[in-house]
Design a protein around this ligand. Structure first.
Ligand SMILES: C[S@@+](CC[C@H](N)C(=O)[O-])C[C@H]1O[C@@H](n2cnc3c(N)ncnc32)[C@H](O)[C@@H]1O
Length: 412
């Protein structure tokens, strides 16, 4: 009888690279979101390995075109885009050139991933680049398809801002429950503020350790993501917050004095919304439902739609969107948004407000959507608000997510 092979643990650093390789395959080949891919590939890894897998995968996604250009600069013929040698070289180079891993460790920890395969090629390409003291360009280049699309839609300044923004995860933005306390909290946390109720801390930090977290004085929310609820104004009755989880806008609306019904189809995301309500001691009625099937008992004073979208506006936190938001996906999301918008329009009382928002930098999910809606539904008219329209990463508060916000009013 054959003896079972004793389990030999892999050398330190290898399991994290193995997980990063799986994550990148899931994102780039199968179009999975980075967080979902990490939940699968990183399951069972000790937290430090999981964090390293995340850091490596994220660094590769932020720098992919430049990493590939380096690899292609030393191979006689370009490796196929999905070649395993290319995939592990991206990880080794991101380790050495972005995360500062010593070269010998960056390569030694990926070679076991190509055992029985192109070890020699991987070793040779990496060694050549290290001897040449290869560097990545600053700011990073965006994937060509994204750069061309955003250049055509938003111009060179927006593309340059996006290139600078993709290099690193963004600073930490908070929204305060009570905007009248902005100055006091800014002083206490050493934060800057661009709007009443907004605070920015220079670097991301463990939020649960910051003063004010446990007492629910604030929640994490990019300043651009806070604009749709600001465009709703202060409480004027009941608001339906559609596609609400994890609840940043629900908390704002409740804090602004609205009687909120928060609807989302994801039970796991709603669990986070409920935790947020408990922590901030704010109230909302929470409904788990698909808004394409659900309907309220009666029309309401206001509806906020934070529609599902390609999410290209949040590329600083989720660099995977740069590689997943293909035209077909954008078109699919735009169709879903149109269905949600026309359905939700029926739920606004005469004289009531409808705010439509997406964290997308694609006009099909923003400007075109609003134009089509106004063409199709003569009962609504655009109603400019203090914070609406197109928000570009360059355009607001020294760097923010990309967003689109439109406010409409239904004829009385
Ligand atoms: C952009 S996120 C919402 C973020 C949230 N408004 C906030 O401020 O924290 C979009 C949400 O839409 C939800 N969603 C997508 N399709 C839906 C549908 N058909 N019915 C209800 N919720 C949906 C997703 O579960 C996701 O939570």
């Amino acid at each position: 009888m054959p003896h079972p092979q004793p389990h030999v643990p892999e050398p330190p650093g290898v399991p994290a690279r193995r997980a990063a390789l799986k994550v990148l395959d899931a994102v780039l080949r199968r179009g999975s979101p980075l967080e979902a891919a990490l939940a699968g590939a990183g399951a069972g890894l000790p937290p430090p390995d999981r964090a390293l897998a995340h850091a490596l995968a994220s660094a590769v996604l932020r720098r992919l075109p430049d990493l590939d250009a380096l690899i292609d600069s030393v191979t006689a013929r370009p490796l196929p885009p999905d070649a395993k040698a290319r995939a592990v070289l991206r990880i080794a180079l991101a380790g050495a050139l972005v995360l500062g891993t010593p070269g010998h460790a960056a390569i030694a920890t990926v070679l076991p991933l190509v055992d029985g395969g192109p070890r020699k090629l991987v070793h040779g390409v990496f060694g050549t680049l290290m001897r040449r003291q290869a560097r990545l360009p600053e700011p990073p280049n965006l994937p060509a398809a994204i750069a061309e699309r955003w250049l055509a839609n938003w111009g060179g300044e927006a593309v340059e801002a996006a290139r600078r923004a993709v290099a690193e995860p963004p600073p930490l933005d908070l929204t305060l429950r009570d905007p009248a306390e902005t100055e006091r909290w800014a002083e206490r946390l050493g934060a800057t503020s661009f709007l009443p109720g907004h605070l920015r801390l220079p670097a991301r930090m463990p939020v649960a350790e910051l003063p004010g977290y446990h007492e629910g004085a604030w929640w994490v929310q990019d300043v651009a993501a806070s604009l749709p609820a600001r465009a709703m104004g202060s409480g004027g009755g009941r608001v339906l917050d559609l596609c609400a989880a994890p609840g940043g806008k629900t908390l704002q609306l409740a804090a602004q004095g609205w009687d909120v019904v928060a609807v989302d189809q994801s039970e796991s995301r709603l669990a986070r919304l409920r935790d947020n309500l408990t922590r901030t001691k704010l109230a909302a009625q929470v409904v788990c439902a698909d808004v394409l099937r659900w309907a309220p008992d009666a029309p309401t004073d206001a509806v906020l739609i934070d529609a599902p979208c390609s999410a290209t506006g949040i590329f600083r936190r989720h660099p995977d969107v740069l590689h997943r938001a293909h035209p077909a996906f954008i078109a699919e999301m735009a169709e879903l948004q149109a269905r949600i918008l026309s359905r939700a329009a029926e739920w606004v009382k005469p004289g009531g407000i409808l705010v439509y928002a997406t964290c997308s930098l694609e006009p099909e999910e923003g400007e075109r959507q609003a134009e089509r809606f106004l063409n199709d539904d003569a009962r609504f008219a655009p109603e400019p608000a203090a914070h609406d329209g197109r928000i570009l990463p360059s355009g607001f508060a020294q760097g923010c997510d990309g967003f689109f916000v439109a406010r409409f009013r239904r004829n009385a």
